[in-house]
Every structure is written in C-alpha cells, then in structure tokens.
Design a protein around this ligand. Sequence first.
Ligand code: PLP
Length: 399
Amino acid sequence: SSWWKSVEPAPKDPILGVTEAFLADPSPNKVNVGVGAYRDDNGKPVVLECVREAERRIAGNLNMEYLPMGGSIKMVEETLKLAYGENSDLIKDKRIAAIQSLSGTGACRIFADFQKRFLPESQIYIPVPTWANHHNIWRDAQVPQRTYHYYHPESKGLDFSALMDDIKNAPNGSFFLLHACAHNPTGVDPTEEQWREISYQFKVKGHFAFFDMAYQGFASGDPERDAKSIRIFLEDGHHIGIAQSYAKNMGLYGQRVGCLSVVCEDENQAVAVKSQLQQLARPMYSNPPIHGALVVSIILGDPDLKKLWLKEVKVMADRIIGMRTALRESLEKLGSPLSWEHITKQIGMFCYSGLTPEQVDRLTSEYHIYMTRNGRISMAGVTTGNVSYLANAIHEVTK
Ligand code: PLP
C-alpha cells in the first residue's frame, strides 16, 4: 500500500546475516563460528540437564497467569544473589531496585530508558569495540553516546592506559557501560588489579557504572569468580546498575529471562526506583514471560539442581577453554610465524582473532568458514572435529 512507500529495508544485522549465509552453504565442510551461542563438541545446541529436570517438575503444574509487572519475585531474588553475593548487605537492607527483564537486552534497554527519563541530560560511555546492539539500545533510548578506549589492536589485549585516561577525562558523574566479564567481542577483560584501579578512579570522578553481565560463569567456569569486577565496585561503595542474563549460562537463549537491578541509597529509594522501572515496562510489554523465570527459580531454589547447574556451566566454559588451547596449538604446529597467544589469553565465548575483513572473506569464500568481518571467532562453534580444519584455513589466509 502507499502508506509505507517511504520504508526502505533495514540494514541486515551483521551477526544474523552470517548465520543465514552459513545455512545457505551446501558444503559439508562448512563451519559456523559467527553466532554467540554455545554448541557441544558435535556442534549441537545444548539444553542443560538442570533445565530438563526443572522442566519435568514444571510439567503439568504451570499456571498461565500473568507475572507481576516486575516479574517473578523468586527469580529476581535468586538472580541478585548471583551478582551481589549470597550474603550481600545491599540485599538484606533491601537497597536494590530490581525487575525481571527480557534477558540481557531488555535489561539494558529498560535501564537506558530509565536513564533518559530521570537524567535526560546524561550520556553513556561505551567501550570500543562493544556488542553492536549496545549502540542500537542507547540510540533508540535517545541517550547520546560517547566512547572509551578498551581494546589495543597491537597487543590484542586491554589498552589500560588509554582506558584510564578516558575515565579521568570524562566529565565528573558520567555514565559508563562496563562488561562485567568475558567482554564481547574481544574476550579481553581487565585483571583484578586493573578493576580495582578502575573502581578507584570511578570513585574519584563520581562516575556511574552500569555492568552488562551476559556471561556470568562463561569466562572462568565459576559464576562467583566472574562476578569479581562487580564485587570490587560494591566493596568500594559504588551505587551500580547491572543487566543479567540467563541466555548463555543457563542456555535459556529463547526464553528471554534476565534481570535489571539498580543499587539505591536506601529501601525507600529502591521502592521508588523499582516502581519506575516497572512503569517503563508496562506500556512496552506489560509484564515479562513466566516460563523461563520458573525454570530459573526451580534450579536456583534447589541446592542439588543449583549444584548441577554450576557443574554444567563449568563443563561449557572448560570446553571453550580447551578449544582455545587446541586452536592455538594447531596453528603453532602448522608453523605459523605469527603469535597466537591471544587465543588462550582472551576469555569467554569469543576470540578477537586479529583477522582482517579481507582474510575473513577468504575464509568464507575458500573454506566455507563463517564469522563476522571484525575477525571475531565464536569459540563455542569450535569442536574437536573442526579445529584442525579451522587452524589450517586461518594459517593459509594469514601467510
Ligand atoms: N550483552 C552482551 C555483551 C551480549 O553479548 C549479549 C548477547 O549476545 C547480550 C547482552 C544480550 O543477550 P540476551 O538479550 O540474549 O540476554
């Protein structure tokens, strides 16, 4: 109809486009290291055993009522413990405003909208590079974006001095988006010592830290350890915000279950803030979905199931860490003169390989290997079966 004649097709999402191209390729050798979703050593998606057990317990017992606007109270309670610590005083003192969110994306978006509504003049500092959707989220929330240095291309590690300079040079009281662990797309995280320095400098400058924690447990295999950055900020008394997601660490990708939390001065403020977060959700989707929240509540509310979950998170993280070693060793055995140390130094789901867009194009056209053109390899797509093939192809295109 003529109503929509001015509508042009939206640009393709670079990551989803990679999957489409992979699916369309008939080659039996094809490898997909584009998508950020966990695969087992046979390249198959995984439903965790703890999730299967929770589903068995739900079967037949699920009512289909609406959740409250803020989502499942039980799920949120358990989720806060993972981020803030089992014995957190902030939790005891009811100083955290928290709602169930539509996974990590939804948590970021509600926070961005909250920021716009109550501090309309504020901006957000985002690392270079970052998960591409961060830009979309804060853009659509109409919060102006600034960037801060993060990745150092030569060392394929952290550009710590430039990062610290940017923190110091930002106007006092700026908002910063930080990846709590397993930075996407680089796999580069600050060390504990560096986090302490960052936290200290944030204190000096009065900055606000918003942690996006999409991979808790996926970096080290231990959710407690992966929360270290957040705990350091909490020890220093920061009033932070956190986006949490169960997409990766519980494999609940399509269930869209997560949590947004904001630390407040006291209980009264937390009640007010929570009510406003809910108010933002109400005209968008009214209340969040029930099923995934129930799965999470059952798992984290049962000590045995929680133990099983922790074991399964570690299996996933360990498989990825093992594949990092295998990929690096294969490249070294092939006699590649380049340094591949960063493959094992980086952590989490991704390896920021340093491959150029042209080299990635050759991997795709000559070897049927699919990844984003920034050279990001999803380590979760690497298996015992394809690691030699992948290493050989990378060696050939980097000769
Ligand atoms: N934040 C980061 C850094 C991510 O990498 C992702 C997923 O790829 C997300 C947030 C959000 O994921 P979800 O909305 O599926 O929880």
